[in-house]
Write a protein that binds this ligand. Sequence first.
Ligand SMILES: Nc1nc2c(ncn2[C@@H]2O[C@H](COP(=O)(O)OP(=O)(O)OP(=O)(O)O)[C@@H](O)[C@H]2O)c(=O)[nH]1
Ligand SMILES: [Mg+2]
Length: 260
Amino acid sequence: MKIIELKETFTASNDRDAEELRAYLKEKSVILFNLMSAPGSGKTTLLSRIITDLRGKASIAVMEADIASAVDAERIEALGAQAVQVHTDGMCHMDAGMTREGLLPMDLSGVDMIFLENVGNLICPAEYDTGAVKNIMILSVPEGDDKPLKYPLMFRESDALVITKTDALPYFNFDMEKAMERALRLNPDIKIFPVSAKKGDGMAALEDWLLEETRQFINQLTFAEHILEDLEVSRRQVSQGKVRNMAEALEDLRKRHGFI
Ligand SMILES: Nc1nc2c(ncn2[C@@H]2O[C@H](COP(=O)(O)OP(=O)(O)OP(=O)(O)O)[C@@H](O)[C@H]2O)c(=O)[nH]1
Ligand SMILES: [Mg+2]
């Protein structure tokens, strides 16, 4: 088990570090999902279910961020997936520099998805861009349907909201409609997936979304690579005198790709 002791990275701009990390992920053809929630809401249980269900469909690696211990990374490794445990030196969040450092010892060849299980906390993780391609928030039924009212930032910053432990709905006063409506009011684009990681209910829709996001991210690369290749061909044609000038070559590219 690899355990990495991190220190907060004091760089000029976390946003710039995050953009650089996304560019690195593009280069490596791997998507990074950042999982955020309160402690104990069910992040590791959800990840365990995803790893098991997507076996044969996607290769998954996990970065577990905690203040102490390696229990979560051990749970992931027991499923046969690559896991690294990072310790945040007492901090309640991960930033982009820390995430990059945690990725360094990982073998990313053949990996399609990396999940960062952020430190359990509803406040700080939402304030830092980790360099992830998509942010996923988990809200569990026992926490209550009022959480979007109390912790709006995380709902705003997330691309998807997983409402988990739905098997516990009979035992709590959790109004699913109210929770969804409150989340959507903060973030009309957020995708909401009610699931029970314990029983498996609703997992297929979430997993389809993860696979589709991964496919789109990787295809987007292929598309970008095509354009770069075509640009190189155009440049060569201009230098060989086959096309009159670069403006003409770009006009041809614009017609073929529909932009530039
Ligand atoms: N009933 C029910 N319990 C669940 C579900 N998912 C997780 N749990 C339970 O919730 C508790 C916490 O789950 P974890 O997966 O460890 O939560 P976590 O968010 O990873 O916790 P931290 O990493 O400590 O923040 C455990 O007792 C799980 O068994 C679920 O879908 N239904
Ligand atoms: Mg956990």
